[in-house]
Design a protein around this ligand. Sequence first.
Ligand SMILES: Nc1ncnc2c1ncn2[C@@H]1O[C@H](COP(=O)(O)OP(=O)(O)OP(=O)(O)O)[C@@H](O)[C@H]1O
Length: 255
Amino acid sequence: MANNVQLTEKQSGLELDNISKSIGQKQLVAPLTLSLSAGNIIALCGGNGAGKSSIIRMIAGLSEPSTGTIALHGKSIKEEPESYYAALGYMPDDYQFTGSFTAFESLKFWGELKQQPMSRVRELLELVGLSETGRKKVHQFSKGMRQRLLLAQALLSNPSLLLLDEPTNGLDPYWMKRFVSIIHEAANQGAIVLFSTHQLQVAEAAADHIVFLDQGEIKLSASYADIEQQYGEQGLQTAYEAIFWGEEGPMRRVR
Ligand SMILES: Nc1ncnc2c1ncn2[C@@H]1O[C@H](COP(=O)(O)OP(=O)(O)OP(=O)(O)O)[C@@H](O)[C@H]1O
C-alpha cells in the first residue's frame, strides 16, 4: 500500500508531502503523504520500531525529513518555523525531567515560554488532576502523573496541531478514559490530533482514523468504522493480529 493518507480535500491543515527518513542505508520511514484538517484525530499503531516516533519527531521539527515537505495551515516548517511552532503542541515519549520542580513550577515555566497567562496554567493543572500535588517534586511523580503533566504542557497554547507520542503510556484506566475526552474536546475546538499508541483500545476509542505501520510503511489506513466493517466486532485487534501476527507479519519475523 502506498504511504498516502488523505482524509479530506487539500485545504488548510497539516500537509505532509512525500516525507521520508533514512539514516545511512536504513530507511526508517518510507515516503509518506498525509493530509489532515481541523478536528481529525489520527492514531499511529505498530510494533516496536515501526516508525511511529520517527514520523512524529519529523512533524515536531526534531528530525529533518530526508525527502519531502511539512506545512501547517500553509506555513512550512522550514520557511516559516515561528508560525509553525506557535501552532504546535508536542508531547514526547521520552522526556527526562531535570531539576527539582513541582508540577505547578514546571507548567508555569512552560507557560511563560509560550506566553500563557497563569489562569491557563492553573486550568490545565486542574484538567490533568495535578492541582493538589503541592510541593511534591516532579521527579517523585509516578509515570502516569508525569505523562499527565506532559499532556498539560502540550495543551498550553491551545495548539491547532497536537502531536502526542505514546501519551497513554502509564495512565490508569480512569486517566486513559479522561485522555480520550480531553483529546476529543481539543478536536471539537478545531485541533488536529495525531498520536501514537500500542494500546488498541485507546486508538479505537479516541481516533477517527487509524494507521498501522510496519518498518516505516503503512500497512493499513482506514476509519475505525471501515475496519470494524471489514474485520468484525473486535475490528482493530483482529486487523492487528491479521497484519502483524499473520504468516508474513513482523511479529513472526522477530520470532
Ligand atoms: N537515531 C537513529 N539512528 C538509527 N536508527 C534509528 C534512530 N532512531 C530510530 N531508529 C530506528 O528507526 C526505526 C523506527 O524507530 P521508531 O522509534 O520510530 O519506532 P516506534 O514505532 O516509535 O517504536 P516503539 O513502539 O518501540 O517506540 C527502528 O528500527 C529504530 O531502531
